[in-house]
Design a protein around this ligand. Structure first.
Ligand code: S3P
Length: 436
């Protein structure tokens, strides 16, 4: 599917983005293995979270809308926890495009005494799995995969895990959460040393479910535990909201309000980065509150003059998914933006250093790829052209944002990929441009 985007006279409106994808995956997975039942509200309806739900259902977990249709809000589901009684799936488990599904479920499956095989789409089957296979094998799980156990499909026969103390080579919340899921049933405490902090939703949710998780700077200790089900109110996804924040800032006549955005500090690097770029009062947090244990606010973005910045180190893992759209903002800024320490971008749904650089270059941007990031020379404008999503939802949406402030028509091929995390993205775009 292709979508054509052009810059409207005015970009304005208020919208609520889908439920946070990371919190949604965890609310299903952790409640599936908990004792008792829970209601999850605001669940993401993106394809990635659907993949997690389908895999869990294939192991006997019931995930259904509440029976009373009058109180049945969209995004509300009841999860019936099976505790330790997951069933051996009768077929391959398909994680689709979702790295989070594959890596977190691998940790869960490593503790199950049955055979399971996890696969995914072409993109996911090319992404590195050695980073979870190797520590799970150290814990005693039997896992095999293609290419010397580094690529999916992964065949897992788990059970009887040893506890490990593990130096994580990458700051990855997916790896951390995978090992925490396995660690729940290990013989003793699992100790993880992180190179930098990454999103902490698993730590928060496991704690709320009764597990003992101790953190000391970059070290994390998880004690084996049986989880108790908890209701989860999923906040709006800051990674989806980031598209509209940037759109509001770079469009010359804009005011966009995004309601109910989750602002967990381990996710909110994009706000700090845009402030460093000079967003100032053009990026405001209103109605700050705490919902379901996570900080939430409405974010208001309006037209601003931005300047280039240098980004590297600790902020990178806490805004890793927002770097493609930050690069769009940087094209409209004055001066150069330098992104370092972001080699992880190369192993996302696409090689996001290559795809961000190539597609923004087609729109007249001036960018240089680096091994671990990129340099974006601010040109203050972009001009419409045909661009590709490269099978990557965030590239499709970042290019749409670029199109909202570019001159002429931007034609996005692979526009349907947005539905991996944001099925209503194109409708929301039309509502902000006044086309709907
Ligand atoms: C996620 C962690 C990040 C992120 C992904 C979701 C998660 O991946 O890019 O979109 O839910 O844990 P890494 O932890 O591998 O960096």
């Amino acid at each position: 599917m292709e979508q054509t985007v052009r810059s409207p006279q005015r970009l304005a409106g208020a919208l609520a983005v889908p439920g946070d994808k990371s919190v949604s995956h965890r609310s299903l997975i952790l409640n599936a293995i908990a004792n008792g039942g829970a209601t999850v509200s605001g669940l993401s309806d993106g394809a990635d979270v659907r993949s997690t739900a389908a895999c869990l259902r294939a192991m006997g977990v019931s995930i259904e809308p509440p029976p009373d249709s009058l109180t049945n809000q969209p995004g509300s589901f009841q999860v019936a926890g099976l505790g330790p009684n997951l069933q051996e799936p009768t077929d391959m488990l398909d994680a689709g495009n979702s790295g989070t599904s594959m890596r977190l479920l691998s940790g869960l499956l490593a503790s199950q005494g049955f055979l399971s095989v996890l696969t995914g789409d072409g993109s996911l089957r090319s992404r590195p799995m050695g980073r979870i296979v190797q520590p799970l094998q150290q814990m005693g799980a039997s896992i095999m995969g293609r290419s010397g156990n580094t690529l999916a499909p992964l065949a897992i026969r788990g059970g009887n895990l040893r506890s490990i103390e593990y130096e994580m080579p990458v700051a990855s919340a997916q790896v951390k959460s995978c090992l925490m899921l396995a660690g729940l049933s290990a013989s003793g405490p699992t100790v993880l040393h992180q190179p930098a902090l990454s999103r902490d939703h698993t730590e928060r949710m496991m704690t709320a479910m009764g597990a003992r998780v101790e953190t000391d700077d970059l070290a994390l200790t998880l004690h084996p535990a049986e989880l108790q089900a908890v209701d989860v109110a999923v906040p709006g996804d800051i990674s989806s909201a980031a598209f509209w924040m940037v759109a509001g800032l770079i469009h010359p006549n804009a005011r966009v309000t995004i309601t109910g955005v989750g602002l967990n500090p381990s996710r909110a690097g994009i706000i700090d980065a845009l402030q460093m770029m000079g967003a100032g009062d053009s990026l405001l947090l209103e109605n700050e509150r705490v919902e379901g244990g996570e900080p939430v606010a409405d974010v208001v973005a309006s037209s601003a003059s931005l300047k280039g910045i240098e980004l590297g180190g600790e902020i990178i893992p806490i805004m890793i998914d927002e770097l493609p759209v930050l690069a769009v903002a940087a094209c409209f800024a004055e001066g150069d933006t330098i992104i370092r320490d972001a080699a992880e971008l190369r192993v996302k749904e696409s090689d996001r250093i290559a795809t961000t650089v190539s597609e923004l270059t087609r729109l007249g941007g001036n960018l240089e790829p680096r091994d671990d990031g990129m340099v974006i020379h601010g040109v203050g404008k972009l001009s419409g052209a045909a661009v590709e999503s490269h099978d990557d939802h965030r590239i499709a949406m970042a290019m749409a944002v670029a199109g909202l402030a570019a001159s002429g028509d931007t034609v996005i091929h692979g526009a349907e990929d947005a539905s991996v995390s944001y099925p209503t993205f194109w409708e929301h775009l039309a509502s902000l441009t006044g086309e709907k």
